[in-house]
Write a protein that binds this ligand. Structure first.
Ligand code: GLN
Length: 190
């Protein structure tokens, strides 16, 4: 299994290290040709407006969209979730999401006071202990389509969801020193 981490901006190093620790060969993806080389992709957290711009300027947007439509498994965390969503609220007008998963995401949904927090999450399919969710200026999933399965919630809101081979988290699993979300994603999409 070869995994790629979109490395245009944001927390890609932490994902790379976590995947490498799981014994996966990891490539940082910055150009369209590198995309053809991987069996799964992670889109990290960071700043989704910047990432959207960089996807355009690196000519990755179209090939990435096509690869996902073709079945490339992808895990999008935080800003990565916003990039993959069908609809984005409180985004910038020029921030056109890829529409790879039928969810509506609201950017910076937790407001200023609580821009960052941690919470114990019960994730379907994982046994105890709870997974420590690190939320950093996190988006919220405000709507999920019928084909979307919610695997974890926090305060009644979905925080981990998937539709076919597209997985998204509103938190940062790469910062938890716990590789179970990455492991489960890879096992289920491999
Ligand atoms: N608030 C950021 C955005 O809108 C996401 C935050 C993150 O990825 N940690 O893109």
């Amino acid at each position: 299994m070869k995994a790629g981490v979109l490395a245009l901006q944001g927390a890609f190093r932490e994902h790379r290290e976590m995947l490498a620790a799981l014994g996966v060969a990891v490539t940082e993806i910055r150009t369209p040709d590198q995309l053809g080389d991987v069996d799964a992709l992670v889109i990290p957290g960071g700043e989704s407006t910047t990432m959207a711009h960089l996807l355009e300027s690196s000519a990755l947007r179209e090939p990435l969209s096509a690869a996902i439509a073709d079945g490339l498994p992808v895990l999008g965390t935080c800003a990565g979730l916003i990039v993959l969503a069908r609809e984005v609220l409180d985004g910038r007008p020029d921030q056109e999401p890829l529409g790879a998963i039928d969810i509506t995401a609201r950017r910076n949904a937790y407001g200023r006071q609580r821009q960052s927090f941690e919470a114990d999450l019960t994730i379907e399919g994982l046994t105890a202990p709870a997974f420590r969710g690190v939320f950093i200026r996190a988006p919220a999933i405000e709507r999920v389509g019928d084909a979307v399965e919610v695997l974890a919630e926090h305060n009644g809101r979905p925080v981990l969801a998937r539709e076919a081979r597209v997985w998204v988290t509103t938190f940062h699993p790469e910062l938890a020193r716990d590789s179970r979300v990455h492991k489960r994603f890879l096992e289920e999409v491999a």
